[in-house]
Design a protein around this ligand. Structure first.
Ligand code: UDP
Length: 229
């Protein structure tokens, strides 16, 4: 069956409602919340602080460590609590997506820890986590070249759609493409692909993500301005 319209009535290039907020975790050095519809991520930053054990320290640059966790009550069926292969992978890709914007050379021998918690999940959690984490790093006052905007594109029946939800992710033949972009330069710091696409579809997905990342960037800037105005 051809995929001609989205179940929730959104246009193919329309994201769910997005919202960002900083300073949501009082004890953290920086923190933020970011949502795509009912997918909600909270990120908390601790550091920069001395890295231990000491043999892991690098006098030339600091280290970024990201942890991702989807809380058991974030989905309808109970999710087993604690780390697993998926959360380790997402922690790692979150780290890779954020590393290009951080001036880690200014934090020798130090570590910056970022904890991403997904409190509600309806697909796109790694992207919401990356958006929240980059905001939390900015809230912590770290030296950064840019923010990071991430969102998932989907490709099905030759159609490209943005910010797919769980229902859409489970549609037969849907390819999920989470992408992170540095809004100032357009550099891509994450591109994962779960399924099949051709060159044209991938190009179209990248263009669409670039287009909507302006909206994500605006929501992030608004969140920072609200705290620091
Ligand atoms: N999900 C779930 N239970 C799990 C893992 C995932 O219900 O143990 C759902 C959740 O809604 C999540 C979605 O599956 O957002 C898609 O997960 P995926 O691994 O593709 O990552 P995401 O799209 O969240 O970045």
């Amino acid at each position: 069956m051809a995929y001609t319209k989205r179940l929730d009535g959104r246009k193919f290039d329309e994201m769910r409602e997005i919202e960002g907020k900083v300073g949501v975790v009082k004890n953290a050095d920086g923190s933020a919340m970011f949502k795509f519809g009912d997918t909600v991520a909270i990120a908390a930053v601790y550091g920069p602080k001395d890295l231990y054990p000491r043999f892991m320290q690098n006098p030339k640059k600091g280290k970024l460590r990201c942890y991702y966790d989807m809380i058991s009550f974030s989905v309808n069926e109970r999710k087993r609590p604690g780390p697993d292969r998926r959360s380790n992978e997402i922690g790692l890709v979150t780290e890779k997506s954020l590393t290009p914007v951080l001036s880690l050379e200014n934090y020798p021998n130090a570590v910056v820890d970022v904890f991403v918690q997904i409190v509600q999940a309806n697909a796109g959690t790694r992207c919401a986590g990356i958006c929240a984490a980059s905001l939390a790093l900015a809230d912590a006052g770290l030296d950064m070249k840019d923010l990071v905007c991430a969102v998932s594109a989907g490709v099905v029946d030759g159609k490209v759609l943005i910010d797919i939800d769980k229902y859409e992710e489970d549609v037969e033949g849907m390819t999920d493409i989470p992408i992170a972009i540095l809004p100032r330069t357009g550099e891509v710091s994450l591109l994962q692909l779960d399924g099949k696409v051709n060159r044209e579809e991938l190009k179209e997905a990248l263009e669409l993500v670039k287009k909507v990342s302006k909206k994500i960037h605006n929501a992030q800037k608004k969140a920072l301005q609200e705290k620091f105005k």
